[in-house]
Design a protein around this ligand. Structure first.
Ligand code: GDP
Length: 309
């Protein structure tokens, strides 16, 4: 199956949760009569209270023959490189902006990081149904923000969609045509590159850590090279390449809709969660025993859309 990995970047209240709900509803992730029992991206109250991302969060949807992994990004704050690590999992981003508020200063940090690692964002102007929407000005403000953040010409030439997450549509123009979220799905498939795959043995960069009540220590990250199966022997390298731990993978979970399902093999390009290692931490590399070089979530200058390892 084809894959796309994207991040959604938005200021609080600009509609990220609503958008993801609609994407889930309109994609192949759910059977038709299956209703969302909880909203996806902000199900954690503590997080809502603090307005920050504190746990592993990704959603996966199917559109045509492609699976799209969507990862949440913290609204603004940064904790020791977390934003870089999250963005290093993806090859594209949707910058979602409220049509009346426009881009907010707090999103500058994350947008700046996304541009710096060479992502070419899609801009989605949300809430065009609001009476005080000022669509043209807001697009200009986004352009100015990107320019102030040293975007390349390619990044400044961003594709734009307009719509209302609440009403469940995005379109090339603010007044339709209204084909639901199809234009957004199609644009993601067209504009975002397929995951870049590195040569060599299995390597995954640890990005988000959580304590799972059943599986113990669970690390989410992107597989950059090779593949991995449950029970496989692996080792953990820290950023300097020191061996932190040798062990076995006990479980691999892939994102499916708002849930996670155990899988028998994770391949390069995918974002998965892995259990079984006791010391594997964020920024560490989980890899095949013969690998010596750790992965680094290290931004390099655009336009080269790759990272140095
Ligand atoms: P988040 O904080 O970015 O996740 O934002 P939410 O998805 O929780 O949305 C914040 C508020 O904006 C909620 O009250 C939504 O119902 C509302 N909202 C989201 N999308 C739209 C939209 O397209 N139009 C209007 N009018 N309101 C919206």
């Amino acid at each position: 199956m084809n894959l796309r990995n994207i991040a959604i970047i938005a200021h609080v209240d600009h509609g990220k949760t609503t958008l993801v709900d609609r994407l889930l509803q309109q994609s192949g992730a759910f059977r038709e009569n299956q209703r969302l029992v909880e909203r996806v991206m902000d199900s954690n109250d503590l997080e809502k209270e603090r307005g920050i991302t504190i746990m592993a969060k990704a959603t996966s949807i199917a559109w045509k023959d492609t699976r799209i992994n969507i990862v949440d990004t913290p609204g603004h704050a940064d904790f020791g490189g977390e934003v870089e690590r999250i963005l290093s999992m993806v090859d594209g981003a949707i910058v979602l902006v409220d049509a009346s508020e426009g881009p907010m200063p707090q999103t500058k940090f994350v947008v700046g990081k996304a541009l710096k690692i060479g992502l070419r964002p899609i801009v989605a102007v949300n809430k065009v149904d609001k009476p005080d929407a000022r669509v043209t000005e807001v697009v200009n403000e986004v352009f100015d923000l990107f320019a102030a953040l040293d975007a390349t010409d390619e990044q400044l030439d961003f594709p734009i969609l307009y719509g209302s997450a609440k009403q469940g549509w995005m379109a090339a123009s603010p007044d339709g045509p209204q084909e639901g979220m199809a234009p957004l799905f199609d644009l993601v498939l067209k504009h975002v590159p397929a995951p870049r795959i590195e040569d060599g043995g299995f390597r995954m960069l640890g990005t988000l850590l959580e304590a799972n009540p059943y599986l113990g220590r669970l690390i989410t990250g992107r597989v950059f090279a090779g593949s991995v199966k449950p029970n496989q022997s692996v080792k953990v390298l820290d950023r300097k390449g020191n061996v932190v731990e040798q062990g076995r993978v006990s479980k691999i979970l892939a994102f499916r809709g708002i849930e996670r399902a155990p899988i028998e093999e994770a391949e390069a390009g995918d974002i998965v969660a892995i259990a079984g290692l006791e010391k594997f931490n964020v920024a560490d590399t989980l890899c095949a025993p013969e690998v010596v070089e750790p992965l680094q979530a290290q931004p390099i200058d655009p336009p080269t859309l790759s990272m140095t390892f």
